[in-house]
Ligand binder design. Structure first.
Ligand SMILES: [Fe+2]
Length: 290
């Protein structure tokens, strides 16, 4: 079994990376959840200490301000999708533009957004993926206008989940085959919604539709393989899974960045190996992201 899939089966929820199969029946879940909660509390304290060591008080304060500012922008988009309204992406574009030109430490946003409670999880994941994409794409020296579109893609990549019943998304028990099928419709739902809005770029549409594709062709919804998956989508897929694995949630034990990167590297056929190596050195060697 692939390592990332195995991890999510073990911790009992796979919502973030779209595996969505849950804990094995031979695990004593209640007993494990007590341990997990304790681990998560320790992880929160340790993570806050690392943030304080890594970033200046100004970086942290600015990042918290940005997170607060972005919350209504992202939640409004999800609400409009849920209510079958046609949203405008103007506020989201303005937010990304402001974020990219503010000169603030974007990595601090991703670091702070790793602490996720269940109410804010979707919003913080979207924001964190967007911030990670900005940091990663800048390290890859992509042009700023392209990075803007990739960051937009990160912000809206899971917008199709607004069409999935919350009872399924938050379910802790094993999902049925039918429920897995419903959840795996979120890339296509998001794509259909976004393509009806004028001015949405190909980068944003591609990331939304294909962020669960894998290099070896075993992803969804199309089972695209190799070169058929654009570099933009490959970048987003790495940032998406990295944030999901390193996020600290009440129901799952914290995974260190070393463990997360090892797991992603071991998941042969999932990610672009060259880009994953670049991302790993960004995280490990430059300590730009954690
Ligand atoms: Fe997704």
């Amino acid at each position: 079994m692939k390592p990332i899939r195995q991890y999510y089966l073990k911790v009992g929820n796979a919502n973030e990376v779209g595996f969505h199969e849950n804990a094995s029946t031979d695990l004593c879940l209640e007993e494990r959840r007590g341990t997990v909660r304790t681990n998560a509390k320790i992880a929160v304290v340790e993570h806050k200490q690392k943030i304080a060591e890594r970033f200046s008080p100004d970086d942290i304060q600015n990042a918290q301000k940005r997170i607060s500012q972005s919350m209504p922008v992202v939640t409004k988009l999800f609400d409009q999708m849920r209510n079958r309204e046609r949203p405008s992406l103007n506020d989201a574009h303005a937010f990304i533009k402001d974020l990219m030109t503010s000169g603030e430490n974007v990595a601090a946003i991703s670091a702070l957004a790793k602490l996720k409670n269940s109410d804010e999880a979707s919003f913080l994941h979207s924001l964190s993926v967007s911030a990670l994409i900005i940091v990663f794409a800048r390290a890859l020296r992509l042009p700023e206008p392209v990075i803007h579109e990739l960051a937009m893609g990160g912000l809206v990549h899971d917008i199709g989940k607004a069409a999935i019943p919350i009872s399924i998304l938050r379910k802790r028990g094993r999902l049925t085959a039918g429920e897995i099928c419903i959840v795996q419709k979120h890339p296509a739902c998001g794509f259909e919604m976004l393509k009806s809005i004028s001015g949405v770029s190909d980068e944003v549409l591609d990331i939304t539709l294909y962020h669960h594709e894998k290099i070896d062709g075993t992803g969804y919804p199309k089972g695209l393989m190799g070169e058929a998956i654009t570099i933009n989508v490959r970048i987003a897929a790495i940032c998406d899974v990295y944030d999901a694995l390193t996020s600290i949630r009440p129901y799952k034990p914290a995974l260190s960045l070393d463990e997360s990167l090892s797991m992603m590297t071991a998941a042969k056929g999932h990610f672009d190996p060259v880009l994953l190596r670049e991302f790993t050195s960004l995280v490990i060697e430059s300590e730009t992201v954690f």
